[in-house]
Design a protein around this ligand. Structure first.
Ligand SMILES: [Fe+2]
Length: 454
């Protein structure tokens, strides 16, 4: 039962080439740049991002389970812009600026909802689900010239992939499929379209959005900021860089960090993970090193018991480990067979030293009381897990604990403290090691946009 996890750098889980788990070769041209820290706090860099980055990329705007029926809508806020994502009567998912063409007022005022048509609260202009104009209030009082183009909602290019909805503001990005740098099947295998949002928290953090991305793109900080993870998580992750700024780290879960001397006795977290997998830790035959494989075996059996066919597409490692997947530029998804954990880092409308951290937890509901929500989701008990009631977005202002769990609480403090430091005259720019390759890869791609090479 013993597993072959060999924690040495570079970390390689040993999957064969061509497997979705396979270690990708480190690019030769990754370089040793030390970037100018001004990117983390200046208005100038923020302005450049609005000119050369945000309009050109595909932005993750929502998930298809939030727009199941025609008329369902969900809002996506990015800086000063806000978009309505909806499903039309013909079943197409479309995106519009959440702006009335009459006077510019916001049309939808709730994060999610369901309507027959969109109606502006200001003067009750109405729009069809396909964005076309339905009704102008007191139309006879408008000069016909002014409205002869029948002003409707302004559409934004929108495409979906494997349950994820993306928008492209300037409309000129390559097709979404070609733009996503991940191999075919990588996202599809999780069947995100069959999951439901079970929690959504949007908290404001006191840092640049990239300070946030950087912090979540490595596990190098785990032993120091999150020492409690050492008993159940390896902090040498397998780091993989994909085209177009995409990346992944596989964080082995169920094992003790190689830094922990005692690799025999069970850590309390390991015991809890075993229990969750249906194995009595008291009766567990094996050492700490055998836990990950035992959980994988139990989950494999569980997948078969509940006819979760998509589990068969997953490697054993995928059943326990976190495949933290970076979607350039501002999203990371922690991918697990039971559900996914979307982190989206969106810029503040005006302040380069604030961002919004969207946390969207999705769960694949199985109608059986023995199929429970994994503890790592940290789901409040009152939240519906069946997909019937979409939980409201919990908005949390800066400086208030978003209550996302102990590990994320530690990150909130850390990220604000890094933001303070990077502004100092004494700081000459980040020095990234190979464990931080994903950050380097992300900034290299970002620079291609900023320098208008893309
Ligand atoms: Fe962290």
């Amino acid at each position: 039962m013993s597993q072959n996890l060999k924690a040495e750098w570079p970390m390689n889980l040993g999957a064969p080439d061509g497997s979705l788990e396979a270690k990708q070769a480190r690019p030769h041209d990754i370089g040793n740049d030390v970037v100018d820290p001004k990117r983390y706090y200046t208005q100038d860099f923020q302005k450049k991002e609005w000119e050369t980055l945000w309009p050109k990329v595909w932005l993750l705007a929502g998930v298809t389970p939030d727009v199941k029926e025609s008329g369902d809508f969900t809002l996506f806020t990015h800086g000063h812009e806000q978009f309505i994502i909806t499903k039309t009567e013909s079943g197409k998912i479309k995106a519009y600026y959440n702006v009335c063409p009459h006077r510019g007022n916001r049309i939808c005022l709730t994060d999610n909802g369901s309507v027959n048509s969109f109606s502006c609260p200001f003067h009750a202009w109405e729009f069809n689900l396909d964005g076309s104009l339905k009704k102008i209030t007191d139309e006879h009082t408008f000069h016909p010239e002014l409205i002869k183009h029948r002003p409707g909602l302004t559409e934004v290019r929108c495409e979906t992939l494997a349950g994820l909805i993306f928008i492209n503001i300037d409309g000129r990005a390559p097709n979404l499929k070609d733009w996503i740098g991940l191999p075919e099947g990588y996202i599809e295998n999780y069947e995100i379209e069959k999951m439901n949002v079970v929690r959504h928290v949007r908290s404001e953090w006191l840092a640049n959005w990239k300070t946030g991305v950087d912090a979540f793109y490595e596990t190098y900080h785990l032993p120091y900021i999150h020492p409690q993870t050492q008993g159940v998580m390896e902090d040498f992750s397998q780091v993989d860089l994909y085209p177009n700024g995409f990346s992944r780290m596989i964080v082995p879960i169920g094992v003790k960090s190689h830094r922990v001397k005692d690799q025999e006795s069970l850590d309390p977290y390991q015991a809890a993970f075993l229990s969750e997998a249906g194995i009595n830790p008291e009766k567990f035959v094996g050492t700490s090193k055998d836990v990950r494989a035992a959980i994988q075996k139990a989950k494999r059996e569980k997948g078969r018991k509940f006819n979760l066919e998509y589990y068969e597409k997953m490697t054993n490692g995928q059943l326990t480990d976190s495949w933290a997947t970076g979607f350039f530029p501002n999203v990371q998804i922690g991918m697990h067979p039971e559900g996914i954990f979307i982190m989206r880092f969106t810029p503040h409308a005006t302040d380069p030293e604030r961002f919004y951290y969207d946390n969207i937890t999705m769960f694949r509901y199985v109608d059986d009381p023995s199929f429970t929500v994994p503890a790592w989701m940290g789901l409040p008990e009152e939240n519906d897990i069946t997909g019937e009631i979409r939980p409201e977005v919990e908005h949390v202002a800066a400086g208030i604990n978003p209550e996302l769990g102990e590990v994320l609480d530690q990150d909130v403090e850390l990220v604000a403290s890094v933001q303070e430091g990077v502004k100092s005259r004494g700081f000459k720019g980040p020095i990234w090691c190979e464990q931080e390759d994903r950050i380097r890869h992300f900034h290299r791609e970002l620079d291609r946009y900023i320098n208008q090479e893309k």
